[in-house]
Design a binder for this molecule. Structure first.
Ligand SMILES: [Zn+2]
Length: 320
């Protein structure tokens, strides 16, 4: 069944290409079969093309990833598919990055055109990677994927881990309004923290007896923005000296508070409170350890963005 589907697909693909070629007479862009095969892939430099498409070899000892020992994933330069994990990398002193195992299914072995060696290619796009050698005694797996550095990109683990930070500064609509626009912020959610009722509703919190504060969960990319950036923005977008709420919103759920996730965040928050006190502000902001974040009802999320309005209770004032 699959073979038949493949044949039908091939016939369809070929006829589509032919149709495109014919339509070219009517000023429709023509694509070659090679271009069709690489549609959606990353553009390659001439040197990358020489290795990845024309099965060339980079000069030994020249690859950027040769000495890399960081934790992360090596992905295909052409299609971004993960190929190898850093745990499989070892130093074979051969001048090319070496791995004793691939990510399952990521690499295909082919008989090399020279009839001797075994070529390895990306299973997803067919891009040339290098060659694989067996039983050389380097590691227990007795396998050496000898890969051109130029055929791969490296994505460090730490680059992929987004961080979460929690800030309460009065009405969460206004807090979120500024954080969702900040550099490096990938996502924001508004909700409640610090109380003694599980999964509270907005109505419950408004009764002011659950102990919760309205706050914003800020999910940011630590390679683009830092926790310090977030803390500065927090102080610059509300009145942190107000002791009974925020602006016209009076009540315990509107108090100013940083919920820290670890000692490092606590130290940074403490540092900025000290800086502000030194500047003469009487800082009312509380510091509390993070507890369960209870997301608020959907109609509160990205409230001002959804309504196309600006906050009445928060404004930006440059301090730092
Ligand atoms: Zn690929």
């Amino acid at each position: 069944m699959k073979a038949i589907q493949l044949i039908i697909l091939s016939v369809f693909t070929l006829s589509t290409l032919t149709m495109c070629a014919q339509k070219n007479n009517n000023n429709i862009i023509q694509i070659t079969p090679k271009e069709y095969m690489t549609m959606g892939y990353n553009e390659l430099t001439p040197e990358e093309q020489r290795v990845i498409l024309d099965k060339g070899t980079e000069l030994p000892g020249t690859g950027e990833l040769l000495e890399n020992t960081e934790k992360g994933t090596y992905v295909c330069k052409q299609c971004d598919k993960p190929l190898y994990r850093s745990e499989s990398k070892f130093d074979a002193e051969c001048g090319w990055p070496s791995f004793d195992d691939e990510i399952e299914g990521a690499v295909t072995r082919l008989k090399d055109a020279d009839g001797r060696r075994t070529e390895i290619v990306c299973s997803n796009c067919g891009g040339h990677l290098g060659h694989v050698f067996l039983n050389e005694g380097f590691t227990a797996k007795q396998t050496r994927h000898c890969v051109n550095s130029i055929s791969m990109k490296f994505v460090a683990d730490k680059e992929k881990e987004l961080q979460k930070a929690y800030f309460a500064s009065g009405c969460f609509w206004g807090t979120e309004y500024f954080f969702m626009k900040a550099k490096g912020v990938k996502q924001t959610n508004v909700g409640f923290m610090g109380g003694n009722v599980d999964n509270p509703t907005y109505e419950q919190v408004c009764q002011q007896n659950t102990g919760h504060l309205e706050l914003t969960e800020v999910i940011y990319d630590p390679t683009v923005a830092t926790y310090e950036d977030m803390v500065k923005l927090f102080f610059e977008t509300h009145n942190f000296t107000q002791t009974n709420g925020q602006g016209p919103d009076i009540g315990p759920q509107y108090l100013s508070c940083i919920f820290y996730s670890n000692d490092k965040e606590k130290d940074i928050a403490t540092k900025y409170i000290r800086i502000l006190n030194d500047k003469g502000y009487k800082v009312a902001t509380m510091l509390k350890p993070k507890s369960t974040f209870w997301k608020a009802e959907n109609y509160h999320q990205q409230y001002y963005e959804g309504k196309g309005m600006s906050p009445y209770c928060h404004k930006y004032t440059a301090i730092f």
